[in-house]
Design a protein around this ligand. Structure first.
Ligand code: S3P
Length: 481
């Protein structure tokens, strides 16, 4: 261990030799417990966290959103299976990546504490170095953790793993990963024919395969790519549409033998045998978190906001295309490339917005931004239509149903469809008793709706925002001053 690393680890080790046993500092007060009836974890310490939200006012200033969630998970996972040390700058210090780090620690990976503003250091264990954990791996609320972990663990021959998560995660479909992985010889079992967590993975020697994924999902694709790294023979993954490509970019940077081809990069070929080497990863700000400020800045009268250091990977920028279609005033400044990902600062100011329509063709590029766009639609004159968004029903909550329910409580005119929403905007919303229904992106979307309402609101379970943006409420306060 290097001197610097030894210092970081010694500082956090506390009592005993094994610092990996130490609870993550940020999780204090939110210690996971397992329900004796479902085997899914529950979260203690949450009191419903109602938050009063005053309507009106404006938003001004600069804001730096926390690190990209997708890139943060991948930096932790790839760092863990690389050889040597990986350092991560700007890792998202939020509940979801903390779940990924906790799982990796229980399998013997040394990861320094995840704290805001601190570099994170990982001592990689190599492609097949993860140990069989003595405890259940708790993925918390994080679908990315569970799905990528399934791919990572499927090929750990002779080792057994049990994965669970909170009540929301235990309801989310996992056979979209288990099924394609079974083509490589994976053994994943669970309720509903292996579809629902808790899940058991019996590590196998895997064989390469040609896999067409059932949905354009970066989680599914990335799980297969991870499994393919140690399979016997090459693996091809073919997606129905191009999903976010952070795994491809970062795996190549770590030294994987990976080729991207086909129309729009929908075809990925992995040849096993390459050793991953520890890297220095710089995580840009998350465009999915910036989206709340982009929409708020465009909607709130007099607003002017600059969101700094935002990741602008073209597989993620659908929100910018829709805002442009709406006539929003957004400037991209300081475009640059940081560690293999495009980055820029986004300047937004208030102005009139037009109604919009989009369908499945853009969905992989803005899947996480549909809740905040449904808020935007309420304040545009005319009818906005969101279609091809059935995937939203299997996110942390059924986001189409939850957004329709919560916005209707404010008086919005919304029709819900199996794959989308029709929203007739231009009428004012009234402040109301709202509920995030435990979903981080719903909590933050409702905050923006509340600012624009006539009359104050109260948002229950507002602390859900901490899953991806722990400082959201503080940033909101600051921008309102
Ligand atoms: C993610 C992929 C998307 C996205 C999620 C993060 C990832 O999910 O909604 O927030 O990091 O790969 P799907 O793969 O289900 O589309």
């Amino acid at each position: 261990m290097s001197g610097l690393l030894a210092k970081v680890f010694a500082f956090t080790a506390g009592v005993g030799d094994n610092f990996n046993d130490k609870p993550e500092p940020l999780k204090i007060g939110l210690i996971g417990l397992f329900s004796s009836t479902t085997g899914c974890s529950t979260v203690s310490g949450s009191n419903g966290s109602p938050r009063d939200l005053k309507a009106g006012g404006s938003l001004h200033g600069r804001v730096r959103v926390p690190g990209d969630k997708s890139i943060s998970h991948r930096a932790l996972l790839f760092g863990a299976i690389a050889e040597g040390t990986t350092t991560i700058e700007g890792l998202l210090p939020a509940e979801d990546p903390i779940s990924t780090a906790a799982c990796l620690r229980s399998m013997g990976t040394m990861i320094s504490p995840i704290q805001s503003g601190e570099m994170v250091t990982i001592e990689g264990v190599g492609l097949d170095g993860l140990q069989e954990p003595s405890e259940i791996l708790d993925c918390g609320n994080s679908g990315t953790t569970m799905r990528l972990m399934l791919g990572l663990l499927a090929g750990r021959e002779g080792r057994h793993f049990v994965l669970t998560g909170d009540a929301s995660l235990c309801r989310r479909p996992m056979n979209r990963v288990g099924q394609p992985l079974s083509l490589l010889g994976a053994d994943v079992r669970g309720r509903d024919r292996g579809n629902l967590a808790p899940l058991a993975v019996q590590g196998q020697r895997l064989r390469g395969a040609v896999v067409g994924t059932p949905v354009a999902s970066a989680q599914v694709k990335s799980a297969i790519l991870l499994a393919a790294l140690t399979a016997d023979g090459a693996t091809s993954v073919i997606e129905p549409a191009h999903s976010r490509d952070h795994s491809e970019r970062m795996l190549r940077a770590f030294g994987a033998d990976l080729e991207v081809g086909g129309e729009m990069g929908r075809h990925i070929l992995v040849r096993p045998g390459a050793t991953l080497k520890g890297q220095h990863v710089v995580v840009p700000g998350d465009i999915s978190s910036a989206a709340f400020w982009l929409v708020a800045g465009a909607l709130v009268p007099g607003a002017q906001i600059t969101v700094e250091n935002v990741g602008l990977n073209p597989t993620r920028t659908g929100i910018l295309d829709v805002l442009e279609m709406m006539g929003a005033s957004i400037n991209v400044l300081n475009r640059r490339d940081v560690a293999g990902e495009p980055v820029g600062d986004l300047q937004v100011s208030h102005g009139p917005l037009k109604a919009f329509q989009f369908g499945e063709e853009i969905m992989p590029r803005l899947v996480d931004e549909v809740p905040i766009l449904s808020v935007a639609a309420c304040f545009c004159d005319g009818e906005s239509r969101i279609r091809g968004a059935a995937e939203l029903r299997v996110k942390e909550t059924d986001r189409l149903a939850v957004m329709a329910r919560q916005l209707k409580a404010m008086g919005a005119d919304i029709d819900e469809h199996p794959d989308g929403l029709t929203i007739r905007g231009g009428r004012s919303l009234k402040g109301a008793e709202l509920d995030s229904e435990t979903d981080h992106r719903v909590a933050m979307s409702l905050a923006v709706a509340g600012l624009m309402a006539e009359g104050d609101s109260r948002i229950t379970r507002s602390d859900a925002a901490a899953v991806s943006y722990p400082t959201f409420w503080d940033d909101l306060e600051r921008l309102r001053r």
